[in-house]
Design a binder for this molecule. Structure first.
Ligand SMILES: Nc1nc2c(c(=O)[nH]1)N[C@H]1C(S)=C(S)[C@@H](COP(=O)(O)O)O[C@H]1N2
Ligand SMILES: [Mo]
Length: 532
């Protein structure tokens, strides 16, 4: 039974480590905790293909899966270290300290690290874990002479080796159980306290969001034309509700930023008048309201990472112009704007497009409420026509003007393209793949998007038949998607439905299939159904 006790000692040491680290991270920074730091480092080091696969397979649960994975690995390591400690008590504790160093290295190397202090939670946790392992393994494995008269009664036994017969009385059962129980209770207490303390920071942010009153926009969005919404069951709603809006980011813990303490700095090349703005400064600038469809470059053909919302925000181009920034075509010295978030994300956008008259926004509102935390509270960028990874920085706190030659942002360092306008795409929402509709008229319907160029036509093809024009819902703006529908006279048997869109410039959506890396998937969406 000694190995079981040793393994248990290892796991308890692991729990004590994490609990102490959580508690100490409340005093340092919640983001400096080892789980968050190691998870973040893992996300940053994951190859694009694996990340894409994770997003595809686990969707919004990808981060939960990562956390559980890290915990599983840690649990395994804890068991191994417990067993090691049984033979070499010091080596086990050294192993725990080494793991602590890994956590410390991850925490101090995070892009949002504020300095060497970020190592403290991991180091403190490791010290606690090493001590716990040392003490517990001592109790689990070594007979305590004072309590153990057994060897002399049962027969000749080496005192170093209690052996099976000495098992019952050969180790300090009561001592071990008491120590293990104390460690478990203390860990639970420290962990809970740490969580609660970390939670109070979030509470300031939640309170600040609760206090936000969005002013009425100086330039409201025109009402969505009545004909923009089709009444077809199964079609994506024209406006995506905040709770249904896709979420793609690298944040293992959603940043909770206190709007009262938030500042945005605008500086860099060609910025004649650098500024730092508070949240209230932004709200005072006069807001505009626009419907804009946002798309992720990781969206597969037919995929779910696209959504349409009504945003409220400050026109970014005006702010840049006031700071003295000129677009490259007007002699400006910077062709890239790098937006930085509170969690260290960097997103690079072309200055030319940001200032070409489109509604590039520093958004503060989404569908009539302050930005949800998941979508970037208090402020994020939204730019019509550019994929999110080159335009839509959430939790933004810094804007630096530079050049594409001088700086590669986060995703560009990971093989994604520097510039990435949204590709023309169309999606069949209904019928669903492998549906079994009845013969007769079946409504085929979905959405099509080509932000900032607009969608001028959608066509549907049944099997290898001719392309047939679908009915297009009215256009809201060329920055939003358009619903479409096609009443199909469905005949019995298996059929393949394919869709293609034409953008506002007359260009037809290509049939050429490409992967999402480096600048967005192309190709046409098909759905196979069996008509009964
Ligand atoms: N700070 C930060 N901003 C970010 C990201 C991120 O990982 N971190 N991801 C970007 C990507 S890839 C996309 S597609 C959009 C998604 O915005 P949403 O999650 O609000 O839909 O946010 C962008 N902004
Ligand atoms: Mo994205």
């Amino acid at each position: 039974m000694r190995p079981v006790r040793a393994a248990l000692s290892g796991v308890l040491a692991g729990c004590a480590s994490l609990a102490v680290a959580e508690l100490v991270s409340a005093a340092v920074r919640p983001e400096a905790g080892p789980l968050v730091a190691v998870g973040g480092a893992a996300i940053d080091r994951t190859p694009a293909a694996v990340k894409d696969w994770a997003i595809r397979t686990f969707g919004a649960d990808d981060k939960l899966v990562l956390r559980l994975g890290i915990l599983a690995v840690l649990g395994l390591l804890a068991v191994v270290l417990g067993l090691v400690a049984l033979r070499h008590r010091r080596a086990g504790s050294c192993g725990v300290l080494l793991l602590g160093l890994v956590g410390a290295a991850a925490a101090t190397n995070r892009p949002d690290s504020t300095g060497p202090g970020d190592a403290v939670p991991s180091v403190a946790g490791a010290l606690a874990g090493a001590l716990v392992l040392h003490v517990l393994v001592g109790r689990a494995g070594v007979p305590s002479p004072g309590h153990d008269p057994a060897p002399s009664v049962d027969g000749p036994q080496a005192p170093e080796d209690p052996g099976p017969s000495a098992g019952r009385g050969g180790w300090d059962r009561r001592g071990f159980v008491a120590a293990a129980g104390a460690v478990a209770a203390a860990s639970a207490g420290a962990g809970a306290l740490g969580r609660a303390l970390n939670g109070t920071r979030a509470r300031d942010a939640v309170a600040s969001r609760g206090r936000v009153l969005l002013p009425a926009p100086d330039s409201p969005a025109p009402a969505v034309p009545r004909g923009a919404r089709l009444r077809v069951p199964g079609i994506s709603p024209f406006v995506t509700a905040n709770k249904d809006f896709y979420r793609v980011d690298t944040a293992l813990v959603v940043p909770r930023v206190d709007a009262a303490a938030w500042r945005l700095r605008v500086h860099g090349r060609g910025v004649a008048r650098p500024v730092t703005l508070s949240f209230d400064d932004l709200l005072r600038r006069g807001l505009i309201e626009r419907d804009i469809t946002l798309t992720c470059v990781s969206n597969e053909v037919g995929g779910p990472y696209v959504g349409n919302a009504r945003w409220i925000g400050v026109p970014l181009a005006d702010l840049l112009a006031e700071a003295g920034v000129r677009p490259p075509s007007a002699g400006g010295r910077a062709d890239q704007l790098v937006a930085r978030s509170v969690d260290g994300m960097t997103i690079g956008s072309p200055v030319e497009e940001l200032m070409d008259g489109r509604d590039a926004l520093l958004a503060v509102g989404m569908n009539g409420e302050p930005l949800p935390f998941e979508h970037g509270f208090p402020v994020r960028m939204v730019v019509p026509g550019l994929y999110g990874y080159v335009s839509a920085c959430k939790w933004i706190e810094d804007i630096e003007l530079t050049s594409f030659d001088a700086y590669d942002a986060y995703w560009v360092r990971r093989k994604w393209a520097r510039r990435a306008p949204v590709r023309t795409q169309s999606r069949i929402d209904t019928p669903r793949p492998f549906a079994r509709p009845e013969a007769g008229t079946v409504m085929v319907a979905g959405v099509a998007w080509a932000q900032h160029r607009g969608v001028s036509k959608v066509e549907v093809r049944v099997d290898d038949g001719p392309w047939q024009r679908a009915g297009l819902a009215a256009e809201d703006t060329r920055d939003t998607w358009r619903q479409w529908s096609f009443p199909w006279r469905a005949t019995r048997g298996g059929h393949t439905l394919t869709v293609r869109a034409t953008d506002g410039t007359g260009e037809v959506q290509t049939a050429r299939r490409t992967r999402t890396v480096p600048d967005g998937a192309s190709g046409r969406h098909s759905v196979v159904v069996t008509v009964e």
